[in-house]
Design a protein around this ligand. Structure first.
Ligand code: 5GP
Length: 197
C-alpha cells in the first residue's frame, strides 16, 4: 500500500453500537478531504442501508472469490459474516483524499502491517450498560444477536492497546471534538493542509 504525501488514514474501531457510524459521517460532512472507505460484507443489509453507500453487500461465495484473488488489504470474520477493505477502494481514494476506516481490531492489525502510512488508530469505547440501551434502541438486532454483541464487547475491548488513542464516548459532540483535535494536531505536526467542507 502506498503512502500518499499529505493524505492521512484514520481508523475508528469500537465494539458494535458505540456510535462510530454517526461519527464517521460527521467527520466526512465537516471535512471535504475525507472519504469513508466502503467495505464489502456478506451480512444482510439493514432496512436503512444502501448497497454501495453503507457497504457493498455480496454473497459468501463472491467474498471468498475476492479473498482468493488477493483483492483485500484486510478482512475479518465478525459475527459469522465477512467484512473487508478492497485494495482498489483505498488505492484510488488515497490519491486525492484522506480516508476513514470503520473497521474492527482484526482489520486494524492487518492495516498496521503496512509501514510508512499516515495512519491514526482510534478506539472508541462506551459503558456496557449504555451500549446495551443503544443496541436495544437501535432495534436492528434479534435478542440472540444482542446477546452475541454484548459478549463480543468484552472480547473486543481487550484490543484497545493496539490503538494510538482511546476515546470514551459519553457524549457524541465531545467525542467528535476529540477526534477533530487528534486529526488536526496530526496534520499540523506534519504541516498537512486542512480542508473543511
Ligand atoms: P456492522 O455489522 O455493525 O455494520 O459492523 C460490525 C463490525 O464490522 C464493526 O465493528 C465494523 O467496524 C466492522 N467492519 C466493517 N467493515 C469492516 C471491514 O472492512 N473490515 C473489518 N475488519 N471490519 C469491518
Amino acid at each position: 500500500m502506498r503512502r500518499d504525501g499529505e493524505n492521512i488514514m484514520v481508523i475508528l474501531s469500537s465494539p458494535s453500537g458505540v456510535g462510530k457510524t454517526t461519527l464517521t459521517k460527521k467527520i466526512q460532512q465537516k471535512y471535504q478531504s475525507f472519504k469513508i472507505s466502503v467495505s464489502h460484507t456478506t451480512r444482510q443489509p439493514r432496512s436503512n442501508e444502501v448497497d454501495g453507500v453503507d457497504y457493498f453487500f455480496v454473497s459468501k461465495d463472491e467474498f471468498k472469490d475476492l479473498i482468493k484473488k488477493d483483492k483485500f488489504y484486510e478482512y475479518a470474520k465478525i459475527f459469522e459474516n465477512y467484512y473487508g477493505t478492497l485494495k482498489e477502494t483505498v488505492d484510488k481514494a488515497i490519491i486525492k483524499n484522506d480516508i476513514l476506516f470503520d473497521i474492527d481490531w482484526q482489520g486494524t492489525k492487518q492495516l498496521s502491517k503496512f509501514i510508512n502510512l499516515n495512519l491514526i488508530k482510534i478506539y472508541l469505547i462506551t459503558d456496557k450498560k449504555e451500549l446495551k440501551q443503544r443496541l436495544i434502541k437501535r432495534n436492528q438486532n434479534s435478542e440472540e444477536e444482542l446477546e452475541k454483541r454484548l459478549k463480543a464487547y468484552d472480547e473486543d475491548i481487550t484490543h484497545w492497546s493496539d490503538y494510538d488513542y482511546v476515546i470514551i464516548n459519553k457524549n457524541l459532540e465531545v467525542c467528535f471534538k476529540q477526534i477533530e483535535q487528534i486529526i488536526n494536531s496530526y496534520k499540523k505536526k506534519f504541516n498537512f493542509p486542512q480542508k473543511f467542507g
